[in-house]
Design a protein around this ligand. Sequence first.
Ligand SMILES: Cc1cc2nc3c(=O)[nH]c(=O)nc-3n(C[C@H](O)[C@H](O)[C@H](O)COP(=O)(O)O)c2cc1C
Length: 226
Amino acid sequence: MDVIEAIKARKSIRAFKPDPIPRTILEDILRTASLSPSAANIQPWEFVVVTGETLKKLTQANIDKSKAGETGSWDLRRGAGRSQVPEVYLKRLVAIQTRIQAQMNYIREDKEKRAEWMQRGFRYFGAPAVIIITMEKSLGDTHFFDIGIVTQTICLAAVEHGLGTCIQGQGVMYPNMIREMFGIPDSKHLVIAIAIGYPDWSHPANQMKSDRESLENLSTWFGFKE
Ligand SMILES: Cc1cc2nc3c(=O)[nH]c(=O)nc-3n(C[C@H](O)[C@H](O)[C@H](O)COP(=O)(O)O)c2cc1C
């Protein structure tokens, strides 16, 4: 598979088969992704890779916290709340949420179904493995850029192995619990989680392909002859 094919084939997978992923494959993906560029080649990423019984404990702890009504917070959630998101971006956000809700046959007002969907997220959509990416806080915000690059590279390398991924802010919504469970010090950000596994293509959540804004609306060009 070439790079362009992999970029086009990747999409967020929100239902997985339970089949385990051999450790050698996960190692191969992470070694490949570690070739990503980073500012001054700092390579700020560190990977916490979780599967099996430990993953079960992690998902259960997420569910317990969510059922106890703990709202949680993602380390990276800063800046404007939803009410301040400019209209142009809000439209895209609402569009994807509406698409997911339609695909999953529920409406936002149905509290029970919404909670069910949230819990699927806290279970990493049934993925047999999860990669949590951490970064030393003292490195500063510039290096979040590097984490973004390595995250996408992991997702693309996964495609080559027939694996699907979902990048999940929700996966690190209870950072203190995760810190305690895996001995991650307070000096590190829990930047993001990636659910990874073999896609369950029969599941409605995986039938969806998200839209993209047209290039005309996203680019301005100067100095071209035509
Ligand atoms: C930083 C980041 C956080 C995300 N968090 C979540 C999440 O918590 N739950 C989820 O279902 N999808 C999450 N996504 C996936 C996006 O919704 C998805 O990438 C976007 O809708 C585009 O769809 P695609 O990945 O299928 O192309 C996240 C993506 C990124 C980049």
